[in-house]
Design a protein around this ligand. Sequence first.
Ligand code: HEC
Length: 442
Amino acid sequence: MDYPVWYVPFVTAPMLIPAVAIPHVIVAQFAVGGGFLLADLVRRAYGTGNEALLACLRRLARFFVLLTLVFGAVTGVGIWWTIGLTSPETTSALIHTFVFGWASEWVAFLVELAAAFAFYALWDRLPPRQHVAVGWVYAIAAWVSLVLITGITAFMLTSGSWTPQRGFFTAFFNPSFVPQVLLRSGGSLALAALGIGLFVSLQALATAHKDLLIGWISRWALLGMGLLLAGGVWYLLVMPEHATLNLLRAPMLLIMLLLNLAVTLAVIVALAVGHAAGSAWLTPPSAFFLVLAGIVAITTGEFIREGARKPYRIENYILAPGVRVAEVPQFHEQGFIARTPWLRAYLQARLPGFDPARLAALPAPQQETVGEGIFRYHCASCHALWGYNGMVPLVLPWTPELVAHATQHLHLTNPAMPPWLGNEAERQALTAYLVQLGRRGR
Ligand code: HEC
């Protein structure tokens, strides 16, 4: 482990990622789907020659550009900061594996930004055909950036037959790539349709105009839900076994999965009923609840993807504490502290003259100090002391023998955990620390 850990009490550092990433994904998916809808709605509105409709869509475009570009760009940069600080090894591996993927993604994003600005700023100045064409450029550039990012995030869950020697394309076209592209494309269209539906429901427009708009929008919504269902089922089928087992084993993830399915079904039923009933049913409150349902579906979906990956950050390649699978034997031979320079520095600052080779000879309180350091580097990416996956409540009712057994058989105790990565003296120091935690917790 070549980097220091960022120790975050109560929530653990990796849980900061969803706090930034989920709002980003929601807005980014809205931006992608919204591109297709805007281009299509504007094309149809030009066809009717109706000024009131066009004026309404222009207001929508303004809101859309502000929300997606400003919020999307700020949270996108925020994700880089958060993953760089919380998972430096994984971030570095992703940058190295996908250099040209990232570069292409930034180009696509630049095209997306320019087209979005042009679409709004040149509203009255471009002839209709060209104006709509700019809208499609925006939509396609935004979708390309979704596809590029999806290849990379899907790789973390299913690395497939990739090895460091095999390079970019094997990594990118991994087993869950196509299902996740379908899922996210469908999700984007559905979410954008629901969001634009809410916008339309709040506008003072003649009923006939609203009926027209809602009719156009709900076709996109149904297409989106169809893609989403197909992608979702395929995605669950290609999930690696360890990930599926995580879903069944962890009550929170299972609840999220069921919630996700329930919300998806509810939206489909609402859309199908609504499609038949015209725009009258789409009052601001019902539209608001549909958007909320879309947000719940995306949030639970992201948690499932993140939670199912344990014990890996990148399947079969990097384990959650930031250790490469190929390095595990060296960790066993040389010891965890010897392979983790920042932990050594942390311990030497707290125990002057500390020498990992003489750990077993240290008195009990100092061993516990070492155990605390090991906990921070080996366990704290998934366990807070109190709070998220809290260690104290877990070991509180346990006997010292049971704690010792768990540290010895870490990945057998719960396969969401990595194997134990240190030597015997380190394991005993960690056990002493955990036993003492349990005692103090009582
Ligand atoms: C990749 C994430 C991850 C890492 C790293 C990790 N754990 Fe866990 N651990 C989990 C999960 C998930 C559970 C299940 C929690 C639950 O059942 O509520 C768990 C459960 C446990 C339990 C309770 C087991 C049981 O069956 O009730 C103990 C004890 C434990 N972990 C100790 C550790 C120790 C010690 C370390 C560091 C050496 C560690 N864990 C590292 C994810 C992790």
